[in-house]
Ligand binder design. Structure first.
Ligand code: C2O
Ligand code: CU
Length: 483
């Protein structure tokens, strides 16, 4: 394992521009015209420039509808000059192309499955209707050679992502994930935005290591031996810029790895947005922990004279087999060309989150057991996903305090579909700002969240370590609509 990390580190040292996609389609302005129909016509605004991503082409002339084609397929992907892998892709690229919309837009996705196994597309974090959520218990899985049309209205602005919800541990690992950005006219104006998707893959020989091949993979989740940034073996991305204030949207799409990030060179940065969008009090963090499935957006102010390096701190083994934390530079911007006369920061605030009291309290207990054959089975409240039907039924509008108790050593990023929550206690006695759809429950820890059950339907509630959810740590809640 160590040797692969070292080899990856060596590649980082010698690469040039690691930007994955040279095909930079200008962002589509879907709202250049004010619509007259509908209750809330969108305000005209131009999407910010997001560097280096192919964007799904909007085929619909209606400014309030984004209509795109998305195909899951096999493609040969060059991860580094000496490594080409047969991967699963959306439209031939991994990460998948950027789906970029405005809040309130209707989105129509003509999805086609050209893989040799069933799949679905889940729009992680969007509070859309349950029928469009990619839940294979609600929609029929999209069989090979067939199509499905996703059609929904996007209610919230923020940083989201899309990925399959069948055999996700294999499909996401092999490349099926992409960014989904929902813009808002009220978003702060920045000079430039970037998307940074953090991933790791477990390779052996010239392909992916076997899935669920080892007890550690079943217990801790599949921890990769090769880091990917925006789908590339993490060569530093060197982008000289004259821009001053940027919004960096971070997404953790890995199967199991929590990333711990820092800015070692004195960069000014603030956390301004979480899973559920911008929040009122931006804050500084010297270390930012981002669990699987989570998003954090940073406001970055380039300081003239300082290059900046976003750095991941990864646990590896030293020569004596001791676990040590090693820094891996992920993303780098040269500041030499900065114009110091540009502004040095934004002041802005998102909507306050107000859920003063709860109507109800429930508990999710995360544990592990074995089936009669001795296989690992992960459970929620003693049940694995073989148990169909909701663990809890709530009423639309309920505010629910959920205590999540982790009975075991491995951590669990717990994800609730279709709703947002605040984090009252992150397991260390502290609350966290912003709205979330995924919370990290530390090993043997207890986390408390307060969820607003705003979105009726049947919703998955599961661990986002994809091995854990595949091995049973998957439940369902139901929110019944207001009469
Ligand atoms: Cu990102 Cu149920 O998933
Ligand atoms: Cu888990």
């Amino acid at each position: 394992m160590l040797s692969v990390w070292l080899c990856a580190a060596a590649l980082w040292a010698c690469g040039e521009d690691g930007q994955q996609n040279t095909n930079t389609t200008p962002p589509t302005d879907t709202s250049s015209d004010t619509s007259t129909d509908g209750e809330s016509p969108s305000v005209p605004f131009t999407f910010p420039i997001i560097q280096g991503w192919p964007t799904l082409e909007d085929l619909n002339p209606d400014p309030n509808i984004v209509e795109v084609n998305l195909t899951a397929q096999f493609s040969d992907i060059t991860l580094s000059p000496d490594l080409t892998l047969r991967m699963m892709t959306y439209n031939g690229v991994t990460p998948g192309p950027l789906l970029q919309v405005a809040v309130g837009d209707r989105v129509i996705v003509h999805f086609k499955n050209e893989l040799d196994e069933p799949t679905t597309v889940h729009w992680h974090g969007l509070r859309i209707s349950a029928e469009m959520d990619g839940n294979p218990r609600i929609q029929n899985p999209v069989e090979p050679g067939t199509t499905f049309t996703y059609d929904f209205v996007v209610p919230d602005a923020g940083t989201f992502w899309y990925h399959p919800h069948i055999r996700a541990n294999e499909q996401v690992e092999q490349g099926l994930y992409g960014p989904l950005i929902v813009h808002d006219p009220a978003d702060p104006v920045v000079d430039q935005e970037r998307i940074i998707i953090l991933d790791d893959v477990l390779l052996s020989g010239d392909g992916f290591a076997p899935f669920m091949g080892t007890m550690p993979e079943m217990m801790r989740g599949r921890l990769g031996n090769t880091l990917l940034i925006n789908g590339h073996i993490a060569t530093p991305i060197i982008t000289p810029t004259t821009k001053q204030v940027e919004r960096w949207r971070l997404i953790n799409s890995s199967n199991a790895r929590t990333f711990s990030l820092s800015f070692p060179r004195g960069t000014l940065h603030k956390v301004i947005s979480t899973d559920g969008g911008v929040f009122e009090e931006s804050y500084k963090a010297q270390r930012l922990q981002i669990a699987v499935g989570q998003r954090y957006d940073l406001e970055i102010t380039h300081v003239p004279g300082y290059d900046m390096e976003l750095t991941a701190h990864i646990l590896t083994l030293d020569a004596q087999d001791n676990v040590i934390e090693s820094p891996f530079p992920l993303y780098r911007v040269e500041a030499d060309t900065l114009d110091p006369s540009l502004s040095t920061g934004l002041s802005w605030s998102g909507p306050p989150v107000s859920m003063p009291t709860a109507d109800r309290e429930v508990e999710f207990v995360l544990d592990v057991t074995q089936d009669s054959l001795g296989n690992v089975v992960w459970t929620i409240n003693g049940e694995s996903h073989h148990h169909h039907g909701p663990l809890f039924t709530f009423n639309e509008g309920d505010i629910v305090d959920i205590t999540i108790v982790n009975m075991v050593g491995p951590e669990h990023p717990f994800h609730l579909h279709g709703q947002f929550f605040t984090i009252l206690d992150n397991g260390e006695g502290a609350s966290e700002p912003g709205l979330h759809d995924t919370v990290l429950v530390p090993g043997l820890g207890t986390v408390k969240i307060r969820a607003l059950m705003s979105n009726p339907g049947r919703w998955m509630a599961h661990c986002h370590i994809l091995e854990h959810s595949e091995l049973g740590m998957m439940s369902e809640i139901e929110v019944t609509p207001k009469p």
